[in-house]
Design a protein around this ligand. Structure first.
Ligand code: 9D3
Length: 261
C-alpha cells in the first residue's frame, strides 16, 4: 500500500493533474502514491448542489458552507481508512518547510482540504482540521495549487519514487544548503567554459568544489539558512575561501559591466 492522499476540492481535475507528470506519475503508476479527490459539490444537501453562501457580517465574496465540506471530509477519511491527518491549505497556516514535508510523508494517510472563494466556514476548521499550512505570503486563488505543491514534494520522498535513490537526500534543503551549479555538454557554450575541476576526474576535488559553491551561494543568497546551521571545520574553511576569492565588484575593474549570471 502506497502513501494515501485524499484531497477535498471543488476542482478535482486540477488536483489530479499533479499525478499525470514526472515523478508523481511514476509513483502513482507503481502504486507508491494513491491520490484521489472528494468534491463537496457531491455532498451538497440541496437540489442546486450549492456549496457556497454569503458571509455573516457582510462583505465581499462567498464562503464554503459547513455541511458539504464536512461531509466530503468524512467521505475522504472513510476512503483512506484507518488513521489519517487532516490538513487545511490556507493563508492563515504556518509556512510549509521541508521538515513538514518529511513529516507528512512519513505519517498516516492525509486528507487535504482546499478552500476556494474567501475560505471555508471556520467551524469546519474548528471541528475537522488538525493543522493549517500555507505556502507563503502571496495570494493564491485557492488551496489546490498549494496541495499540489505539498503532494509533489512528498512524493519525491517516497522510497522508490525517484529513479536514482539518493537524489532526494542530496537535494537543496536536505543538508540545509542551496545546491551547487550544474553543467553538461558541450564543454564551451557562449564562450563560457565548464569549471576546470569538473573535468579533472579528481572526485575529492569535485566534492570540495561543489560543497564550496553550495556554501558560497547560500551565504550570498540565503544567509538566513546559514544562521541556523553549524559549519564543520572543512565547511568553515571552504566558505572562508569562497568569501576571500569573491572580490567586491567595485574593487575588480575587470568585472565592471560584466553580467554576474
Ligand atoms: C483576496 C482574498 N483575501 C482577502 C484579504 C483572503 C484570501 C482568501 C483566500 C486570500 C487567499 C485565499 C486563497 N488562498 C488559499 O487558499 C491558500 C494560499 C494562499 O493564498 N497563499 C499561500 N498559501 C496558501 S495555501 C491556501
Amino acid at each position: 500500500m502506497g502513501t494515501r492522499v485524499a484531497v477535498v476540492t471543488l476542482f478535482p481535475e486540477m488536483v489530479m493533474a499533479v499525478a499525470r507528470y514526472g515523478v508523481a506519475a511514476r509513483a502513482a503508476e507503481r502504486g507508491l502514491l494513491e491520490l484521489d479527490c472528494w468534491n463537496p459539490r457531491d455532498y451538497a444537501p440541496d437540489r442546486h448542489r450549492r456549496v457556497d453562501d454569503r458571509p455573516y457580517g457582510g462583505g465581499p465574496g462567498m464562503v464554503m458552507m459547513y455541511e458539504p465540506v464536512r461531509a466530503a471530509i468524512t467521505a475522504a477519511r472513510g476512503a483512506v481508512g484507518g488513521a489519517s491527518r487532516t490538513i487545511h491549505l490556507s493563508p492563515q497556516g504556518r509556512r510549509v518547510e521541508q521538515r513538514d514535508i518529511r513529516d507528512l510523508a512519513q505519517g498516516p494517510a492525509l486528507v487535504m482540504l482546499c478552500g476556494r472563494y474567501e475560505g471555508v466556514d471556520e467551524r469546519v476548521v474548528e471541528t475537522e482540521v488538525d493543522e493549517e499550512l500555507s505556502l507563503g505570503d502571496y495570494v493564491l486563488s485557492g488551496g489546490e495549487l498549494a496541495a499540489m505543491v505539498v503532494i509533489d514534494a512528498m512524493t519525491r520522498l517516497i522510497p522508490g519514487a525517484l529513479g536514482h535513490e539518493d537524489s532526494a537526500g542530496a537535494d537543496s534543503f536536505s543538508n540545509g544548503l542551496l545546491d551547487c551549479p550544474h553543467f553538461t555538454r558541450p564543454e564551451t557554450v557562449a564562450g563560457r567554459q565548464v569549471p576546470e575541476v569538473l573535468l579533472s576526474g579528481d572526485h575529492g576535488a569535485v566534492r570540495r568544489w561543489r560543497l564550496k559553491q553550495a556554501l558560497g551561494r547560500t551565504w550570498e543568497r540565503r544567509p538566513d539558512l546559514l544562521r541556523g546551521r553549524a559549519l564543520d571545520p572543512e565547511e568553515r574553511a571552504l566558505l572562508d575561501e569562497y568569501v576571500g576569492e569573491r572580490g567586491a565588484p567595485a574593487a575588480n575593474p575587470a568585472a565592471i559591466g560584466e553580467r554576474s549570471k
